[in-house]
Write a protein that binds this ligand. Structure first.
Ligand code: NA7
Length: 550
């Protein structure tokens, strides 16, 4: 490294439109843009939608809300936003979250750096000058030294293919691309396919409005009450003054949630003590049961079965028809092996006269007809069919962007057998592609894990910038070690086969564990250690505009 900072930046500026392109204006990409501005990078953010918020821009279905306490989900920097913003409920609804991200963008004048309606359709790395050429759906081209993908882990909606879907003459929609003007469901015969978090939120929100609701369920989930409620002015004040202590706590807990990690094992308690603890969890807020049940609830099958049986009893006690209750109880996985939905009146909705639950294991969908859905038992007629069928999680957005690294290798092909990353932020052979929030790095309360990545990526780019480098690549051996470390942490999730944690929901997708399950504090520690050791595991170089990489 010989070039001075100034000469290197000038040279890059000559050969590329920007130093950095960020993809995605969701919770992660906006924070990355803010950090880019702080460090005066020349930057442009490319966003597929016409507005900001990512998940909270697209998922506008009734009752869409976060399962993280809102005050743990928002940004902790900049400080002004913390002081000014009031969350109105413990768990914020989609409109409130969208308003929050708009305020962030407006207050910090970020909008001028965002290109809307610009879905990335191709991103090709060139060794000459070490830069990315990115093409967007609106026909524009951009070049930059660094391409930072903040394209989200749950951002590519999945549509299962059923015969005849094109023939249905009524309305079809997906929870993840819900129309901006809403969908008129009043008095309609509605079908809902899918009972993950989105379906579980939607059912009680529409049951009183529709003429009939038929829920097509393939796999029931262990849903627990969200126990949301409004925040009083006094609580809002308390939250505002408690942010520093709250942030410290969120740095400590494995999921980056409020909820403390359990230290006791299930059978250290008596039956009575366990029962009392389970009741307390049932009446508690948010994702507490995932972290605070017992230390061995995910790792000891007997402990897992004990808690799962408590939940099964709860379902039986709420749902009046025993056959329906039984269908709603998962049989193929224990609590926590798949991401548990949080519910508000979901099980109660099955006591309404206008709901029907169709178990797809008994009655698979055979085809869509012009007027409804034919399943093995009968044909039902509908005005509206709603897909709540989830996402091609973690890798879906990255493998659909037309990313090509060194020698034209496609990321989609490179990851055909599962993702291969260093730290969840870099891929060997794809220089200067950096990932904020993707496979092998994301866990728990997404903004809290994403900020660890954004801060690391910001430091990494600054390190390269200030040392006159314009090429960052991950070493293959480092990625091998990291990928092995990710899989080692996945062993507890042995029953997750059908989950989006392992690509189990997408036909033909490699079945590999995708999140980083060691917890955010360990992740942060590992990333800090790499940064403090000169970004060990990365290769840096300076490539002149006309020269090829040696
Ligand atoms: P999820 O949790 O992936 O749920 C998708 C649902 O769709 C789930 O019940 C699936 O059943 C069902 N599904 C998927 N494919 C089919 C087919 N072919 N036939 C019938 N049913 C199908 O997505 P959500 O949007 O609810 O939530 C995603 C995350 O967003 C959530 O966990 C939170 O983190 C926020 P399956 O279980 O695969 O049998």
């Amino acid at each position: 490294m010989t070039a001075s900072v100034h000469s290197s930046e000038t040279e890059n500026a000559k050969s590329a439109d920007y130093e950095v392109l960020i993809v995605g204006a969701g919770v992660t990409g906006l924070y990355q843009l803010h950090r880019a501005r702080e460090h005066r990078w020349s930057v442009r953010l490319l966003e597929a939608g016409s507005g900001v918020g990512g998940t909270w821009y697209w998922n506008r279905y009734p009752a869409a809300r976060t399962d993280s306490e809102a005050y743990t989900y928002g940004y902790f920097t900049p400080k002004e936003l913390l002081a000014e913003w009031n969350w109105t409920e413990h768990f914020a609804s989609q409109p409130e979250l969208e308003a929050y991200f708009n305020k962030f963008v407006n207050d910090y004048d970020l909008r001028r750096d965002i290109e809307f309606d610009a879905r990335v359709v191709s991103a090709v790395y060139s060794e000459v000058g070490s830069l990315w050429t990115v093409t967007t759906s609106n026909g524009k081209k951009f070049t930059a030294t660094y391409l930072i993908a903040a394209s989200g882990v749950l951002s590519v909606p999945f549509y299962p293919s059923f015969p005849g879907t094109d023939t249905f003459r009524g309305l079809t929609c997906h929870t993840a691309t819900w129309p901006r003007d809403g969908v008129d469901l009043a008095g309609k015969r509605v079908a809902l396919i899918g009972t993950g978090s989105s379906g579980v939120q939607l059912v009680p929100a529409i049951i009183d409005e529709v003429q009939s609701l038929t829920v097509y369920q393939r796999t029931p989930n262990w849903a627990m009450p969200l126990n949301n409620c409004a925040l009083s002015a006094a609580e809002q004040e308390e939250i505002r003054s408690g942010y520093p202590a709250l942030y410290e706590r969120l740095q400590r807990t494995s999921g980056g949630f409020l909820h403390e990690d359990a230290t006791k094992n299930a059978f250290d308690d008596t039956v009575e003590a366990r029962r009392a603890h389970y009741e307390d969890l049932w009446n508690g807020r948010g994702m507490r049961a995932m972290f605070s049940t017992y230390a061995d609830v995910l790792t000891n099958p007997a402990a897992n079965a004990d808690f799962s049986e408590f939940l099964a009893q709860k379902i039986r006690s709420i749902v009046k028809d025993p056959e329906t209750a039984d269908k709603l109880i998962p049989k193929d996985h224990g609590f926590g092996m798949k991401r548990p939905p949080l519910e508000t009146g979901y099980y109660e909705a099955y006591n309404k006269p206008n709901i029907e639950l169709v178990d797809l294991r008994e009655n698979p969908i055979l085809r869509f007809t012009t007027t409804g859905i034919e399943s093995a038992d009968t044909t039902r007629e509908f005005d509206v069919i709603i897909y709540a069928t989830g996402f091609d999680a973690f890798t879906g957005a990255l493998t659909r962007m037309g990313i090509r690294g060194l020698n034209g290798v496609s990321l989609e092909k490179y990851w055909a057998e599962g993702p291969f990353t260093y730290l969840g932020v870099a891929v060997p052979g794809f220089p200067n592609l950096l990932i904020d929030s993707g496979p092998h790095g994301t866990f728990g309360n997404i903004p809290r894990s994403a900020e660890v990545q954004v801060d690391f990526v910001t430091g990494l780019v600054n390190h390269a910038r200030s040392n006159g480098f314009n090429l960052i690549d991950a070493a293959e051996a480092a990625a091998e070690d990291w990928t092995a470390h990710v899989y080692e942490g996945a062993q507890h999730f042995a029953q997750s086969a059908g989950s989006w944690y392992v690509g189990g929901n997408i036909p033909g997708k490699a079945k590999k564990f995708l999140p980083y399950s060691w917890g955010i504090p360990i992740y942060r520690e590992k990333l800090n250690e790499v940064a403090n050791n000169g970004y060990r595991g990365f290769r840096f170089a300076h490539v002149a505009a006309e020269a090829a990489v040696s």
